[in-house]
Design a protein around this ligand. Sequence first.
Ligand code: GLV
Ligand code: MN
Ligand code: MN
Length: 398
Amino acid sequence: MTASSLLEEISDVGRDPKRGGYSRHAFDAGETELRAWFVERAGRLGLGVETDRNGNIWAWWGTPGPDAVVTGSHLDSVPGGGAFDGPLGVASALDAVEILQAKGFRPAKPFAVAVFAEEEGGRFGVPCLGSRLLTGTIDADKARNLRDPDGVTFAEAAAKSGLDPARVGRDSERLGLIGRFLELHVEQGRGLIDLGSPIAVGNTVIAHGRWRFSFEGQGNHAGATLIGDRRDPMIPAAETVLAVRKLARTTADARATVGRLVPVPGGTNVIASTVDLWLDARVPGTDTPELVAEIAKLAEEAAGQEGCRVEVTRESYSDDVIFDDALRRDLGTWLGGPPELPTGAGHDAAILAGFVPSGMLYVRNPTGISHSPEEFSEAEDVDHGARALADALEKLST
Ligand code: GLV
Ligand code: MN
Ligand code: MN
């Protein structure tokens, strides 16, 4: 089946009627159904499927072994996300295997399609959790104790879905099997519209991280408490939102976002007792922590003025990544010289790039919008991308 028909086949799975788009999070009903779909589809291609101890799925074409050519992406989404971010890479990988099989190609090297767990961090907060665990980029205990918004730990959710939480963590043996990793992904900005090309080769990913700001004040009555008597944590939280925009604007090429703000208890006639605010900050080079430190300073000042306290916790951070030079050059040659594109989005390929030669292909998104239901790729471009992926995988595994 073509990648576009595979995407069509899963288009009803994990829809979010409240937010719009899809909410498919690690081990929830939608993501679990997609995992089962992947296992079934991979089985039809004769691939041998296994789930590793971190919840990543591996579908082997032939016998698993070292120097493997691995392709894949993820099946989870952000809350209310689009249909392409993640599943496009998985569907294209399945299509590429089918294209290669149809022409009688047999890989001369071990070959696998991988599906990484919790790439968006939409449930447990840390992005690329599956690939971070595989590579040991996150401490196993920290991962086990991550909690979803309902208080369920990653260890509990993993156990419920059949994993042994005690075995979660760096998997050197499996990591050692990967020779090269290539991820195909929907382009998440306007890059390819402006370049007039259906595909691009990824070159860099900018440094990015997530921080939680927990503001603590005094919960109280919205009518009975005079303004001067309040310690309302929403006030410094709101000032922090504005500081984020102001400071990001004055830092070259910075992107900084507050996309999640949770007042507790969250009642219209209740002054909140705490407000948690999550900051996503991304600056090329080494300046992200510096930008966050400036934001934290303003948050502390604002909290102090309202008689509140704020605690800032770093939840994840990744440095700038440059994808493998030789692989980029080869992809360019094999695919007829598509443009190279930097991205501000994080990817499992960028985590793996610290350990094995890795690369990315992007497929044009005519809306230039992502992490939203409006994320899109034309079927023609989707299938073009899958054929390009097949060409690249054929060269890599010959
Ligand atoms: C993943 O898509 C991210 O960059 O947040
Ligand atoms: Mn994403
Ligand atoms: Mn993605």
